[in-house]
Design a protein around this ligand. Structure first.
Ligand SMILES: [Fe+2]
Length: 260
């Protein structure tokens, strides 16, 4: 598996607090079958500024420590950008880190409680630059929980969405879990990642969520959302739209008929 969303770089945000914790997170990921992982520290203007040079430097440092410790887990550069009006401009000026620096995928986080009116416009301006926005954990956004069609319309226009392992495991409650599963089942979300912040709770453990996805929709679908699609993302390759088979639920049929 490949994990495209983690807060493993120590001291850059509210993720790993120390090098020791980062190394332990890496061990957990490896033990659960993760073979590469993108470090995606928060970037929020005035709170976590985290310029690209700093992120790349910290990635190099952590990779060196991992090699010294004999932990076989390449850390790739990335960042999780809060949706801010000047994001397209900063992208244009080379001030943002795309996932694995391929220039192809940008991890974007909506504000916690709502979907701002300018969301579609900002994402579109990012897409005009040949970059695909990936919406981080849409299943936890109350605006999208109430109105998942809004995300689905974005996905129809080429935006991707990533749901979180701990949401699937019920850590954020039943509504978030149900939303995460619906988003996978309807093809609204195409990739699953840990959004790990520490060694416990929101950890890089992915096996349990992988098992749940596999039990619901089969091994092939689990592999697509946890391994194949994330691998394509870090390689800068196209991600194909995907729906779980054969247990296609009622909602998925509705979505499919709507999207024709
Ligand atoms: Fe995150």
């Amino acid at each position: 598996m490949v994990d495209i969303h983690t807060h493993i770089l120590p001291g850059l945000d509210d993720g790993a607090k120390s090098l020791a914790e980062a190394l332990e997170m890496a061990r957990i990921a490896v033990a659960d079958g993760v073979s590469a992982l993108a470090a995606t520290p928060h970037v929020v203007s005035g709170l976590y500024d985290n310029p690209p040079e700093l992120i790349r430097e910290e990635v190099d440092v952590l990779n060196r420590y991992l090699a010294e410790e004999g932990i076989p887990l390449p850390i790739l550069p990335g960042a999780e950008y809060r949706l801010e009006p000047d994001l397209p401009q900063r992208l244009n000026q080379g001030q943002l880190v795309t996932i694995n620096d391929t220039g192809r995928y940008l991890l974007v986080e909506l504000p916690f409680s709502l979907v701002p009116d300018h969301t579609e416009q900002i994402l579109y301006e990012i897409q005009l630059q040949g970059v695909v926005p990936i919406i981080a954990h849409p299943e936890r956004n109350p605006g999208l929980i109430r109105n998942p069609e809004r995300l689905f319309r974005l996905v129809q226009r080429g935006v991707l969405a990533q749901v979180t392992t701990s949401s699937i495991q019920g850590r954020f409650g039943k509504t978030v879990k149900r939303t995460a599963l619906n988003m996978l089942e309807t093809g609204t979300a195409q990739v699953v990642a840990s959004d790990a912040h520490s060694t416990r709770g929101r950890s890089p453990a992915t096996a349990a969520a992988a098992q749940e996805i596999e039990a619901r929709w089969g091994a092939e679908f689990a592999q697509t959302v946890l391994s194949i699609n994330p691998r394509r993302i870090i390689a800068g390759e196209m991600v194909e739209p995907v729906l779980p088979e054969p247990e296609v639920g009622f909602l998925a049929r509705v979505w499919r008929s709507l999207s024709r």
